[in-house]
Ligand binder design. Structure first.
Ligand code: FES
Ligand code: FES
Length: 212
């Protein structure tokens, strides 16, 4: 007599047993892997420094002055300068807040950096120079004077970033070509399109510095 279909199939279908066995082994493997993963994570957490939360008190060295400020660990340097210092430092501008325009440029130990991309806590042991620290209204530096003389701005939002970048560049290369100035300014954008005047001002600043 013929056996019922399902019984027949079970008997003659070794792949089904294999499959079930496989699932069992894989399941056990996954459980072991899970356990190892959890143990490794626990060990990592025990060894890593505790996350900082809440406000932290830091000191920023801005334009030659030590300024105490309380910020959250996630606060950017730009935010700390503009919104947490009292009196505020508003030369660096908030435009894109994502490292694409250069309006927030400051000097960190003499090198241009986007302050919207740097945490204030990371800047606490560095020398920060903003456009305010390059000169004063009575005694502007050569780049600041040249921007005024050559009308190097329209809305002015990009101006502090350009002046900071160019001032740092002229310290490195006091006698640049137009091409070199353009290259040095490639991280700064002027939405008003004042580039010809900006570059003219940069070259004039270089010339006036080398003449005197
Ligand atoms: S505001 Fe920082 S790069 Fe634009
Ligand atoms: S002067 Fe307006 S963005 Fe440059």
């Amino acid at each position: 007599m013929k056996k019922p279909h399902d019984e027949n199939t079970r008997k003659h279908d070794p792949s089904r047993r294999k499959f079930l066995k496989g699932v069992g082994i894989a399941g056990a493997g996954a459980a072991v892997a899970d356990k190892l993963w959890t143990e490794a994570q626990a060990e990592d957490q025990a060894n890593s420094p505790k996350p900082v939360s809440g406000n932290v008190k830091i000191s920023l060295d801005v334009n030659g002055q030590k300024r105490a400020v309380q910020v959250e660990p996630r606060t950017t340097l730009l935010n700390a300068l503009r919104n947490h210092l009292d009196p505020a430092i508003t030369g660096p501008k908030l435009v894109c807040d994502m490292g694409t325009c250069g309006a927030c440029t400051v000097l960190i130990d003499g090198k241009p950096a986007y302050s919207c991309l740097m945490l204030a806590v990371d800047a606490s042991n560095k020398k920060i120079t903003t456009v305010e620290g390059l000169g004063t209204p009575d005694k502007p530096n050569a780049v600041q004077s040249a921007f005024v003389e050559h009308d190097g701005l329209m809305c002015g939002f990009c101006t502090p970033g350009f002046i900071t970048t160019i001032s740092a560049y002229l310290n490195k290369n006091p006698n640049p070509s137009l091409g070199e100035v353009r290259e040095a300014c490639k991280g700064n954008f002027c939405r008003c399109g004042t580039y010809p005047r900006i570059f003219e001002a940069a070259l004039a600043a270089a010339k006036s510095s080398s003449n005197g």
